[in-house]
Design a protein around this ligand. Structure first.
Ligand SMILES: C[S@@+](CC[C@H](N)C(=O)[O-])C[C@H]1O[C@@H](n2cnc3c(N)ncnc32)[C@H](O)[C@@H]1O
Length: 276
């Protein structure tokens, strides 16, 4: 097992323990129209600001080592975090890339805009729970901005399930329990949502309604953003989750990669050791 970190000691002062508060958009009762507007916003952010560009090479390397060009993305939302990496994956030699987007609450509106990447992309319209992936879904599993949704038992089960099925797995999160990095940006989320909304496509009247007239999207975005940071696993906790599986069939790479400004993407990538 190896790891790459780029944290500093001063950051520890600003770090807090993991707290599993409730995120609104993950609740089954939460209206789909609001959830979809929220995940549209997250996809807009991922497309324009590319916080995950820094982990593209790591994902490409993992796919190459596993010898697969098929990715099953779990908790996809509107799907853009992974799709924004497709050109980089293709440039690094992953040919015939196939992407399957999935979610427990699929953002069906996003189906309109998943084309045009040059890869074969599908979005499963049937709900797929990341904690219970059907065996028939073959491919390297990715989770962007979503591993924090799961409590440690479920988080470990997600990794163990990938291992038991012989699939590679990569989790990537730009959120972090570090208020020095995320305190001010989190407070500014509503302003950011209001400024970004006119540029989001496709145009939808309901986006304007629930962002400006009745500001549900900015309010949910700031609360869920705050809770997401509080729930995000640290590098050490990811090491613990992997070690608790006590499985030596996989090689794990766990660490942080420098993202936008001072922010980092925390990642854990597991691929089966090559057969001797
Ligand atoms: C914070 S959003 C992230 C969406 C997308 N990956 C992104 O980064 O833009 C979390 C997503 O996880 C989905 N989700 C929550 N619980 C889930 C579960 N148990 N299984 C699968 N998806 C889940 C939600 O519907 C939502 O789309």
């Amino acid at each position: 097992m190896n790891g790459r970190t780029c944290g500093s000691d001063t950051a520890i002062v600003w770090s807090v323990g993991r707290v599993h508060l409730v995120e609104l958009h993950e609740q089954p009762w939460f209206p789909a129209v609001w959830r979809d507007l929220l995940t549209d916003y997250l996809s807009f952010y991922a497309t324009v600001f590319r916080p995950y560009a820094c982990v593209g090479p790591l994902l490409a390397e993992a796919l190459e080592r596993e010898g697969t060009a098929r990715i099953v993305d779990l908790c996809s939302g509107a799907g853009r975090p992974l799709l924004s990496l497709v050109p980089a994956l293709q440039d690094s030699g992953i040919c015939d890339l196939e992407v399957v987007l999935t979610d427990r609450f699929p953002n069906l509106g996003a189906l309109e805009s998943i084309g045009g990447t040059g890869a074969k992309v599908t979005y499963l319209t049937t709900p797929i729970d990341a904690a219970d992936v059907p065996m028939s879904l073959k491919g390297f599993r990715t989770l962007f901005t979503s591993f924090h949704h799961f409590r440690p038992e479920s988080a470990r089960a997600i990794l163990a399930n990938a291992v038991d099925n012989g699939e590679g797995v990569g989790i990537f999160e730009y959120t972090e329990r570090n208020w020095l990095i995320w305190g001010l940006p989190t407070l500014l989320i509503p302003l950011f949502v209001w400024l970004c909304t006119p540029f989001m496509r496709p145009f939808r009247w309901r986006r304007l309604l629930w962002t400006y007239l009745v500001p549900i999207v900015p309010v949910v975005a700031v609360w869920d953003g705050f809770v997401s940071n509080l729930r995000t696993y640290s590098v050490e906790e990811l090491h613990d989750l992997v070690e608790q599986m006590a499985d030596d069939r996989y090689e794990w790479q766990i660490g942080q990669a420098r993202s936008i400004g001072v922010s980092r993407v925390t990642y854990a990538i597991g691929v089966p050791w090559p057969l001797a």
